[in-house]
Design a binder for this molecule. Structure first.
Ligand code: SF4
Length: 674
């Protein structure tokens, strides 16, 4: 048998965006490994995606269109052909548009695949239909908004340069689970002598790989940043020449005054739970470092004060002049959006008139309560809202509505697909063409199908085109193949790609993007500490701004954390190896004192509850979690949880800016399951 090896890219919602080498024998994928020539992957894959061939050929793959036979949620289906599936969908949508208007249809897609073509494949179709728009704000909109307010369109620093840092602060990020390749660079920096600090709500797995762990009370990261700034100001550790040259000087002076008056270490200690001496020592270490590098994760910003927290953190590198030094800065996202202009593909201009936007974070409300018009059909692709959305109870009640026509385009019979009227089979990334850029590094890569689509599966783009044709949409955007769209997108020049070798890119070689450097891409050309005279401030999280009765009933701050072997609900389907805990029992970790206070013992079944609902989990008592906090690692399926998952406890409340989710900003109580 002859083995051929092909390049591809990991499509998952992960900043590393790994380059893959895929071995194929007789049309079948036999191995998937990291591309050693990819400048960020360097030949290493995380445990989720190594052996990806087991995902491709997992027994649960949906390989034909399916029509619901049982009740919604039961997962009973019969196979049908594509022609019948498309005809049923189009007939129903035409009737809905005639009766209630296009806004009664809602596309629900998110980050199940990050390829620019397949991720954005349905936008033009739903714009043309005049459908409601989806606010895709589950992940980092507050972080993005906070960055934009201070840094404008300025790209993030180069993660590769962290090896030159002498102080790395990992702030609210379990890099072992979510940013493995960056962590490998941090390890190299540590080998070269860097001091590595982890700031987080609990002693998560990355804690074993750092020099210092600082545990911060949930929702108070901004208070810690401002407390550090107060120390810098009081101790004369501000880099005055950097501030004068690069920062909004008046705003910075006002922030300094505020920090000294309102955020002194003793005050910050009361808010954060970190000793004043620790805050002062951390601030002084930060100021004296030659090249301090802060890498933030998403958790601190999925709170009602998320954007405010990032703005406070962004005052730190401005204060010590970290920007511009090799190996220094603050990385939230590399911000590579300017590399490829998607406007000709997503075609906003096809909207016949402005339509409403429905937040994915409030999908439960949209499906159960929203009116004028009521949502009568959803089209779900590369997203599992039954599982990943907040206020899961409302989402499940909505999905169970008999009058809701639900189409799900997926690779597996997810929790959402089990509620579908029609399921369409989707391919993996190895069966499609795409173009990938990352939010955690600076590489661009084009992919082609490595194998033929399994069964009758069709890509997101090919499916959107088939529906557009059946709806008699004749716009040119629907005439092109995925490859033709990629060619057209790459034909538009971008300063990020000024030096690209187009032939190499077309051949699948990872291509380095060159971010614009040397100036602050803000309206004033300076780092904006106080846009619109609005200073960074500490704002309590929503879960801390509740009344005494709510605190008493739900005393634990609930903290969701990433899993090593799962990405949200993805990879749960790979029940294929006994040595991989792919289908874990849902668990909640609390400090032993919290377990003892409730008469609970390590390992027993508990119910976690709050005002939104309740879920069952195994209690793990561990000193890794401080008192007052309950940590839920990963997201289980409904079947694994035996009912609603931890997301039934998550509020649909939105962040201060960006309409983001507030998964890190909730409370709960525990009781014995029986
Ligand atoms: S999930 Fe992330 S680390 Fe794992 S292979 Fe994909 S891009 Fe790489």
């Amino acid at each position: 048998m002859t083995t051929t090896t092909h390049r591809s890219v990991c499509p998952h919602d992960c900043p590393d965006c790994c380059g893959l080498l895929v071995d194929v024998d007789a049309g079948r994928v036999t191995a998937v490994r990291g591309d050693p020539e990819h400048g960020f992957t360097r030949g290493v894959l995380c445990p989720k995606v190594s052996h990806y061939e087991r995902t491709v050929y997992a027994p649960g793959r949906v390989l034909t269109p399916l029509l619901r036979r049982g009740k919604k949620g039961e997962g009973q289906f019969a196979p049908i052909g594509w022609d019948e599936a498309v005809a049923r969908i189009v007939e129903r949508w035409r009737a809905i548009v005639d009766d209630a208007g296009g806004e009664a249809i809602l596309p629900v897609s998110y980050a199940g695949t990050m390829g620019l073509i397949q991720r954005n494949a349905t936008h033009a179709l739903f714009h043309k239909l005049g459908a409601s728009r989806l606010g895709r704000g589950i992940c980092t909109p507050a972080q993005d908004a906070g960055w934009k307010q201070v840094m404008g369109e300025t790209p993030g620093p180069d993660p590769d340069e962290v090896v030159a840092s002498d102080l790395v602060i990992l702030w609210g990020i379990d890099a072992l689970a979510t940013n493995l390749h960056f962590l490998n660079l941090v390890k190299e920096a540590r080998r070269r002598g860097a001091h590595v600090v982890l700031i987080d709500t609990w002693r998560q797995p990355t804690a074993a790989l750092v020099d210092q762990v600082v545990l911060v009370r949930p929702g108070t990261d901004g208070a810690l940043a401002l407390g550090m700034l107060a120390v810098l100001a009081a101790d004369g550790l501000i880099d005055r020449s950097f501030v004068a040259a690069h920062v909004d000087v008046d705003g910075f002076a006002a922030l300094e005054r505020t920090a000294l008056a309102d955020h002194a270490p003793a005050l910050a200690a009361g808010r954060t739970g970190i000793g004043a001496a620790v805050i002062a020592e951390l601030a002084r270490r930060y100021a004296r470092a030659r090249a301090p590098f802060i890498r933030v994760g998403g958790g601190p910003f999925r709170a009602a004060n998320g954007a405010a927290a990032l703005r406070a953190m962004l005052a730190l590198p401005a204060a010590v002049g970290a920007w511009g030094k090799k190996g220094a800065g603050l990385l939230a996202s590399t911000g590579t959006g300017g590399a490829v202009d998607l406007a000709p593909f997503v075609r906003e201009d096809l909207l016949p008139k402005p339509t409403r936007t429905v937040s994915l974070n409030q999908l439960g409300h949209a499906l159960t309560t929203l009116d004028d018009p009521r949502v009568l059909s959803i089209y779900v692709s590369h997203c599992n809202p039954a599982n990943v959305c907040p206020d899961q109870g409302a989402v499940l009640r909505g999905l169970a509505r008999d009058d809701l026509f639900t189409v799900v385009h997926e690779r597996f019979l997810t929790d959402t697909a089990r509620y579908a009227d029609v399921v369409l089979p989707a391919p993996t990334m190895l069966e499609t063409a795409d173009l990938y850029r990352s939010y955690g590094q600076f590489w661009l890569q084009r992919t082609r199908p490595v194998i033929a689509p399994l069964g009758q599966s069709r890509s997101n783009w090919d499916t959107a085109r088939a529906l557009a044709v059946a709806l008699d949409f004749t716009d040119e955007v629907f005439q092109r193949t995925a490859d033709e769209h990629i060619d057209a997108l790459l034909a538009v020049p971008s300063p990020w790609r000024a030096q690209e070798d187009r032939a190499a890119l077309d051949a699948g070689t990872p291509t380095r993007l060159r971010p614009p450097r040397g100036r602050w891409l803000t309206p004033t050309g300076r780092i904006r500490i106080s846009p619109s005279q609005d200073l960074p401030a500490f704002v309590p999280a929503a879960a801390d701004a509740v009344d005494e009765e709510t605190r008493r009933r739900y005393p634990l701050r609930l903290h969701p954390a990433p899993a090593l072997h799962r990405l949200n609900s993805s990879f749960g389907e790979r029940a294929d190896a006994a040595d991989r805990p792919l289908q874990p029992r849902p668990s909640l970790r609390v400090h032993p004192s919290e377990a003892a206070a409730r008469g609970l013992v390590d390992g027993e079944s508990v119910i976690a509850e709050n005002q939104l609902g309740e879920t069952r989990a195994q209690l793990l008592a561990t000193a890794d979690v401080p008192p007052g906090v309950a940590v839920a690692v990963g997201v289980s399926t409904l079947a694994e949880a035996g009912g609603p998952t931890v997301n039934v406890l998550m509020s649909p409340h939105l962040t201060d800016h960006g309409q983001g989710s507030t998964f890190s900003d909730n409370r709960c109580q525990l009781r014995r399951a029986d």
